[in-house]
Ligand binder design. Structure first.
Ligand code: ADP
Ligand code: MG
Length: 342
């Protein structure tokens, strides 16, 4: 018998493969299933997250400069640590590469990794280097710290909690659409220079994302502890599903509350895409989705770049979108569903 991995999907596959692993160590506070694992180390917990990026699947060196790739590879990992309300401290970087890559090319990659280490004040403390028959693979592990009582998981949302989003959504996906379009045009006609004018914001969001350390600092300063949190790597729809599934709740998202940058909105319309669909199902924004108790709303009401986008409901209410026209639709998580798609 042979079962295709696509029949299970990413999360079904992870679940299938890891179901038979019980937690054996009392120090394992959180295992599989959140943005990062949590290990009890006395007064502070250690938070660990790992991600792998594969050339041709996660990045295309036709339009991603190696320096940006290095920076982004680190940032996407740090984002998972912040999503636990923790601060990253160290990373390890492992690479598998074919002989197509020169020392100079790898220096560029590491210049980006270094820039991210400096920007986020994390130390590169190890890794592994190996050859590969084809292409480049980068695997990064981020290690962070947090007081046990400050950790925020995906499973703490309660009916009545407010759903909050940082920054704006959909722009990274639209940036990718431009880069893909310009690549296609270039492949068909190498004489034509790419037209990236006036799209700096969305292209920047795709090529040089940042993780929301500032928001975690804000939470500390205002003494706010979200009831649940996740980083938005696969689109809002997919992430709210994770929060609701793990918290045993439903949710109502207000379409009018989903933050979209004006440049992203205009560009979506130009591409004949619905801006809200880009925000709900486009990926790689690396913003934070979190929930707070209604009694905490004064702590965030006047903070820049935090938007209230809905409310947590009872599980029986399902996960729904209230459109600007006043219609209620069940929300569909299109996110990651195929082994080539993300
Ligand atoms: P994120 O999108 O936040 O990076 P993922 O969706 O990659 O998280 O992973 C979901 C959970 O499954 C995480 O806890 C992750 O550590 C775990 N996981 C993913 N792949 C594997 C695997 N091959 N073996 C064990 N655990 C895995
Ligand atoms: Mg995550």
């Amino acid at each position: 018998m042979r079962t295709d991995v696509n029949t299970l999907g990413e999360f079904g596959l992870i679940d299938h493969l890891t179901r038979a692993f019980p937690i054996l160590q009392p120090s394992t506070v959180k295992g599989i299933g959140d943005d990062a694992a949590v290990i009890d180390n006395g007064p502070l917990c250690t938070v660990v997250s790992t991600d792998m990026l594969v050339e041709g699947i996660h990045f295309d060196l036709a339009y991603v400069p190696l320096r940006h790739l290095g920076y982004k590879s680190v940032v996407v990992n740090l984002s998972d640590i912040y999503a636990m309300n923790a601060f990253p401290k160290q990373i390890t970087v492992s690479i598998a590469l074919s002989n197509r890559f020169s020392v100079e090319a790898l220096e560029e990659l590491y210049a980006g990794i270094q820039a991210a280490c400096e920007a986020y004040q994390v130390d590169l403390v190890g890794g592994d280097t190996t050859s590969s028959p084809k292409g480049l693979t980068i695997s990064i592990t981020a290690i962070g710290q947090c007081e046990k009582n400050k950790l925020v998981y995906r499973n703490g949302a309660q009916p009545g909690d407010l759903i909050c989003i940082t920054g704006d959504l959909g722009a990274a996906y639209l940036g990718l659409q431009i880069l893909e379009r310009e690549k296609r045009i270039f492949m068909e006609n190498p004489g034509i220079q790419p037209d990236l004018e006036n799209q700096q914001y969305v292209i920047g969001r795709q090529l040089k994302p940042e993780a929301r350390r500032d928001m975690i600092e804000t939470f500390r300063r205002t003494d706010l502890k979200p009831t649940s949190m996740i980083d938005i790597s696969d689109g809002l729809a997919s992430e709210i599903f994770h929060i609701c599934k793990q918290s045993g709740t439903g949710a109502l998202i207000e379409e009018s509350g989903v933050p979209i940058h004006p440049e992203a909105e205009l560009l979506a319309l130009k591409f004949k895409l619905d801006p809200v669909t880009c925000a709900l199902n486009g990926g790689e924004d690396y913003e934070l989705l979190f929930t707070i108790a209604p009694s905490e709303v004064e702590k965030i009401r006047y903070l820049p770049e935090i938007y209230i986008a809905g409310e947590i409901l009872e599980a029986r209410d399902g996960i729904r979108l209230n459109t600007k026209g006043g219609n209620l639709h069940p929300l569909k998580a299109q996110g990651w569903n195929h082994f080539n798609a993300s």
